[in-house]
Design a protein around this ligand. Structure first.
Ligand SMILES: CC(C)(COP(=O)(O)OP(=O)(O)OC[C@H]1O[C@@H](n2cnc3c(N)ncnc32)[C@H](O)[C@@H]1OP(=O)(O)O)[C@@H](O)C(=O)NCCC(=O)NCCS
Ligand SMILES: CC(=O)OP(=O)(O)O
Length: 338
């Protein structure tokens, strides 16, 4: 739990304003109250004030430590609608459409982040990943230098039966469905940066495939090799194995047998999946059969932090994503201040 405790401690040192827009869901309400009480974030809850108050009464929790914002009567609604109109007018959005859209909690929450009223958003306990991510991409945009938004999970392995212990990054398990080689290279570089930011370790990247060092020939393998070579040319110092099977990526003895000149030596902490089918199935296997804690999907490549959840998430999952969002927002504010 070291990596997770470090993230929680970092969040507590400088809690950021994190907005949640699914306060009608009791898991979200519980996580919001716990996050505010523990001081890992300053929580803004967006939704129907009456529904959130009723939910809190039913759960027996107090919302006194969180800020409630109802798009139906908030003084921010009209200015946010105007800002949304300016942003999306060139994409064909009318003023009336902007005014209606901003009354949707997901849109309102991301506009709060865009306009500087909040430092990051978390949604996805109720909304689908596609809706959460599309809204974040459209309203927050890309980070400088980034060409692609992708996602990763922070996978925590801390059960007594886990041979490997600590945090790992799995990417992309939630967003880019069928990346080409260039996109896969972008995903790998962003995931390496995410590992550095959140694991406090140097990244050791495995470009996963059903082939290890050319043991199988197929277009899918060639894509992974091309992506890995692209990463190597752009990040010459990065420890990365191209076309490597999962066993050789994480088991030292198997790496020695299958890939003797490995840079990662069976000790990968960043697993890059070749496409979303492999990634989404892979992380759910590790979580549901392997007993790993899956925090995410966390987004990388956005101008400001916005993170997603699986609709199957627990209160703890939401709480942990709030903490990560605070840490991501801290990094951004320190870059802005520098
Ligand atoms: C994220 C996702 C919704 C975007 O696809 P989409 O809705 O077809 O998006 P569109 O192609 O209409 O693009 C919407 C906007 O986002 C941009 N965009 C889409 N994907 C992007 C990406 N990965 N990075 C950067 N920009 C992206 C487009 O340029 C477009 O911008 P615009 O509206 O300003 O022109 C899609 O990739 C998706 O459904 N992914 C899978 C999500 C999922 O179901 N995961 C499984 C559970 S976790
Ligand atoms: C990440 C993911 O798979 O999300 P969901 O379970 O909500 O589809």
């Amino acid at each position: 739990m070291k990596a997770l405790n470090q993230i929680l401690e970092r969040a507590r040192r400088d809690p950021q304003r994190i907005v949640l827009c699914e306060g009608q869901d009791e898991r979200v309400l519980q996580a919001a109250v716990k996050a505010a009480e523990d001081g890992i974030a300053r929580i803004l809850l967006v939704g129907s004030g009456a529904a959130m108050a009723a939910g809190a009464r039913e759960l027996g929790v107090s919302l006194s430590g969180v800020e409630l914002l109802d798009p139906a009567d908030s003084p921010l609604t009209e200015p946010l609608a105007e800002a949304l109109f300016s942003l999306r007018e060139k994409k064909g959005m009318t003023r009336e459409q902007a005014s209606a859209a901003v009354r949707e909690p997901l849109c309102f929450a991301n506009m709060l982040v865009r306009e500087g009223h909040a430092d990051g958003s978390v949604a996805g306990a109720v909304n689908t990943t596609a809706d959460v991510v599309r809204t974040a991409i459209q309203l927050l945009g890309l980070a400088p230098g980034s060409k692609l938004v992708s996602s990763f999970f922070l996978m925590m392995l801390c059960k007594p039966f886990h041979n490997l212990k600590g945090g790992m990054i799995f990417s992309d398990c939630g967003l880019v469905i069928d990346p080409d080689a260039e996109q896969l290279a972008q995903i790998a570089m962003a995931a390496a940066d995410s590992a550095r930011a959140l694991l406090d370790e140097e990244p050791r990247v495995a470009m996963l495939s059903f082939s290890t060092s050319g043991s199988a020939q197929h277009g899918n393998v060639e894509k992974v090799v091309e992506a890995a070579r692209e990463v190597k040319s752009r990040r010459p110092g990065l420890a990365i194995d191209e076309d490597v099977q999962l066993d050789a990526a994480i088991v030292a003895e198997i790496a020695e047998r299958k890939l003797p000149d490995s840079k990662v030596r069976g000790n990968a902490n960043v697993l890059i999946f070749p496409d979303l089918e492999a990634g989404n199935i892979g992380y759910k296997l590790a979580e549901r059969i392997g007993g790993a804690e899956a925090i995410g999907p966390l987004l990388q490549g956005l101008a400001k932090p916005a993170n997603d959840l699986s609709r199957g998430c627990s209160v703890d999952d939401i709480y942990h994503v709030i903490a990560v969002t605070t840490v991501q927002a801290q990094s951004l504010s320190s870059v802005t201040e520098a």
